[in-house]
Design a protein around this ligand. Structure first.
Ligand SMILES: Cc1cc2nc3c(=O)[nH]c(=O)nc-3n(C[C@H](O)[C@H](O)[C@H](O)COP(=O)(O)OP(=O)(O)OC[C@H]3O[C@@H](n4cnc5c(N)ncnc54)[C@H](O)[C@@H]3O)c2cc1C
Length: 296
């Protein structure tokens, strides 16, 4: 059957609409695939035109610069989301929401993904970032990771998907993840739901979920908590333009309205400088900063 996807390729797509922080300039081309074949079509489209390529999920861990993104952005999100349960494994495409897969597991009395219930974003981003919370992370659950490039495809099995804190092999591989198989454990459904409700409540109390953000701005430095360091430095509520250090949780930068990526970047720089000066701690961004500095 003939491919009919070309018309859905969009030009100059505002990346602020594709990211939870709500900032960032336009992508030259923007594409939402519905299948692995669509992805390979888009990869070849980029290759033939020598366009740089960026893969994103729901943009909940991204800061896109104000100059936007050169080339093609492929977004694996709700148009590429399907999941099924087989015994105690879940097979899911990477556009599935991490939190929804956690709820699917609970529905089938499968334990292991409770920690993920409130983490926004999709499975692709979760695998890329080895996303986790409350002593859980996706890495130990991975049984298979399916990937594609323009001319190849393959599967990594458990030992081949290497990971550590907010790091996975995907950060060094030039592939798009399409699907994963996660290994869970049979559990008691009431206990699973109770744990999920508790973790959700902790998030609601502690995180500024009422404002756009990209989650924790910095990785946790060994022996410290980022939020406490920033609070001790009297930076709570400090803002530059529309970007503000959350008063509810200093580890988050929020968009109070009208923030630019430039505001957020300046705020990140300022925090890094102050924390380095006052405590000798080098904060490393957890959020992925991508895109070009300025529009051409
Ligand atoms: C309020 C809030 C709370 C958060 N809490 C947590 C938390 O508790 N723990 C945590 O770990 N994170 C947390 N995050 C960050 C974020 O939700 C996770 O990192 C999430 O897993 C990212 O998924 P995403 O689909 O949004 O990925 P994106 O932000 O779109 O992308 C993240 C990275 O993954 C890459 N990527 C995405 N999909 C693919 C793919 N299919 N193939 C190859 N590469 C891909 C992108 O290139 C990018 O570098 C939070 C964010 C917010 C806004």
């Amino acid at each position: 059957m003939e491919q009919t996807i070309e018309p859905t390729l969009q030009r100059n797509y505002p990346m602020r609409l594709a990211t939870s922080l709500g900032v960032g300039g336009p992508a030259d081309y923007f594409f939402r695939p519905r299948s692995a074949a669509d992805i390979q079509w888009a990869l070849r489209f980029a290759e033939e035109r020598q366009l740089p390529l960026t893969t994103i999920g729901y943009g909940t861990n991204l800061l896109v610069r104000d100059g936007g993104i050169a080339g093609l952005v492929i977004q694996l999100a709700d148009s590429f989301a399907a999941a099924s349960v087989h015994g105690s494994t879940i097979t899911a495409t990477c556009g599935c929401l991490y939190g929804s897969v956690s709820k699917l597991a609970a529905y089938h009395s499968l334990s292991g993904l409770e920690y993920a219930v409130g983490i926004p974003g999709g499975l692709g981003g979760a695998l890329f970032m080895n996303a986790g919370a409350y002593d859980g992370e996706i890495g130990p659950l991975v049984r298979e990771v399916h990937w594609v490039t323009a001319h190849d495809s393959g599967v990594w099995h458990t030992p081949e998907y290497t990971y550590s804190y907010r790091f996975s092999r995907l950060q060094e591989a030039n592939v798009i993840v399409t699907k994963t198989v996660l290994q869970l454990q049979p559990g008691d459904q009431r206990t699973i739901y109770a744990k999920m409700n508790d973790l959700q409540e902790r998030r609601r109390c502690r995180q500024p979920l009422e404002y756009p953000s990209a989650g924790s701005t910095f990785k946790r430095p060994e022996g410290h908590f980022v939020g406490s360091l920033i609070e001790q430095a009297n930076l709570k509520g400090y803002s530059i333009g529309g970007a503000q250090i959350s008063e509810k949780h200093c580890g988050f930068i929020i968009n109070r309205g009208g923030a630019t990526a430039g505001d957020v970047l300046q705020l990140i720089d300022h925090i890094q400088q102050v924390i380095a000066d006052q405590f000798g701690v080098e904060l490393q961004p957890e959020i992925r900063i991508i895109g070009r500095q300025r529009l051409r």
